[in-house]
Design a protein around this ligand. Structure first.
Ligand SMILES: [Zn+2]
Length: 233
């Protein structure tokens, strides 16, 4: 007994459903990864900002130390200035004092700028921390949603697969081998519904004798793509 087109249509409908559910399940890990990536980049942004603040602080500390050292030296120069015994010595010390004072003033400006940028970075850090909390909550929600969806999809898949098994147990003997061979190599692309006068898989217009066969309810392979054609409902 050859397969009727109602039977092929039912098989194809189940195969499409199985494939659709499987595709959704396959996308699960990617969706989870995407959620994790967003969380990681929010964490990285906080860490980077903290590291930048740490570097700025070290920079400011170094410059402040340098400033104190120079101030101590200025104090020494001042003593030497007072103890200068001749004009040449006096002038030399005075020039040194002027140079160091100028250098310290530049350093002061630099320190001020760094402290300002630490303030700005701390404001940014507060924003990034707040954003991280939101992303953490969103990620947890997204993960729970995806897990729940996966559990549902797995049940749907089992149901569809057992429906497929049941339908396949009714395969007529002479169609069985062909069917399994087709599905093995092409999956749910092994069949296609007739679309008006064309193949619903490759859009090729079918010759009249093919249409005649299909109108009689006999599934027939598309002469162009080989998909087993059947009438749509
Ligand atoms: Zn075709």
């Amino acid at each position: 007994m050859p397969a009727t087109d109602a039977f092929v249509r039912r098989l194809h409908e189940i195969l499409l459903r199985v494939s659709d559910i499987q595709n959704q399940i396959d996308r699960g890990p990617k969706q989870l990864q995407l959620a994790q990536t967003q969380l990681q980049s929010a964490k990285d942004a906080v860490l980077q900002c903290k590291e930048s603040i740490k570097q700025k602080r070290m920079d400011a500390d170094r410059k402040q130390l340098q400033q104190r050292e120079r101030e101590a030296k200025l104090y020494e120069w001042q003593g030497k200035l007072n103890a200068a015994t001749n004009n040449r010595e006096y002038q030399a010390v005075k020039e040194q004092i002027a140079a160091d004072t100028q250098a310290n003033s530049v350093l002061s400006d630099e320190i001020f700028e760094i402290l300002e940028s630490i303030d700005a970075a701390q404001a940014t850090l507060a924003e990034l921390d707040a954003k991280l909390l939101v992303v953490q909550a969103d990620t947890a929600k997204a993960e729970a949603r995806i897990q729940e969806r996966m559990a549902t999809l797995k049940m749907d898949l089992e149901r569809a697969q057992s429906e497929l098994k049941a339908a396949e147990s009714e395969l007529p003997g002479d169609f069985s081998d062909t069917y399994y061979r087709m599905v093995e190599s092409r999956g749910c692309e092994a069949m296609a519904p007739l679309d008006d006068k064309s193949c619903g898989g490759c859009n090729t217009t079918l010759p009249p004798r093919f249409l005649d066969q299909l109108r009689l309810g006999n599934p027939i392979p598309c002469p162009s793509c080989g998909r087993l054609l059947y009438r749509p409902e």
